[in-house]
Design a protein around this ligand. Sequence first.
Ligand code: 8YV
Length: 331
Amino acid sequence: MTTPARPRVFVSRRLFPETLALISQHAEMDVFDGTGSPSPEELLARTKGCAGLVAQGTDKVDGAFLDQLPDLRVVCNVAVGYNNIDVAAARARKVVVTNTPDVLNEACAALTWGLILGVTRRLGEGERILRAGQWKGFQLDFLLGMDLVGKTLGVIGMGRIGQSVAAKAAAFGMRTVYMKSPRRQDEQILGPDGVPYEGLSFEEVLTRSDIVTLHVPLSSETHHLINRTSIRLMKPTAYLVNMARGPVVEEASVVSALDNGWIAGAALDVYELEPVVHPGLLKFDNAFLIPHLGSATRETRTAMCNLAARNLVEVLEGRAPVTPIPGSHIP
Ligand code: 8YV
């Protein structure tokens, strides 16, 4: 009796050894081992003939790509965001698409507070001064920041990560308002104390908040949501935080806002053209900038990789995926 050939999969970035071990129990695996990401050409060439692709948020999967991969049955993103995948094109070609929701909520929410504290308490500036040997000793009015207690947090994108950020606001003595989803105007979102948060329009969140924090997925509706017009609605004492996707914010408008004092500061984890950062941002001490670290804890990244691998195995073995992307083809 001949054993059936094992399905082939391409893994577009080095994953943790335990994840690779899990995949290799079920499939013949090719892993990209270079630095950065495979080029689109290499991604296509190495996915040819594969039944599965384990992708990252930077690997573009659209109709033209899928048309060249008739053997492909499943694409597993190691990310909750899936703006890199054309879900409708995949569905039309009966390719299952999956992401890694929930396992990263706490890591991303915790680091959002890292961004908030970083920018409001001037941590980046302080560290730069200290490392440069320029600290002259304690001074009462040195690097004064803004208190969080008594202030208003405005959440744009009150999904799983946004709600986890909001749940921590009371511990800092802040009140939370959020942007009501245009499609769910009647929805009430309750805080950990069972009291509903105040839902407002996008514009009201911008005008009322001392910290505006972004957690929306990137789509045609949210592309450049924060632009020259919307940023001008913010208070000059308010801070902008982006833990969503770079293109949700038009970076040039943040540069203008910092230049003109339209806002007090910005804290960004994500950028429009990663890994390129708008050079204008680098001039400002009140821009607190970190390199896409939202989910970057050992525990969380391991859980993301393992969830992607579980999705892959389930589909390759003819079962439904654990976490399909909404709208995915389900076999
Ligand atoms: C990923 C992210 O690590 O999950 C997401 O959407 O932004 C990050 O947590 C990153 O996209 C790598 O694929």
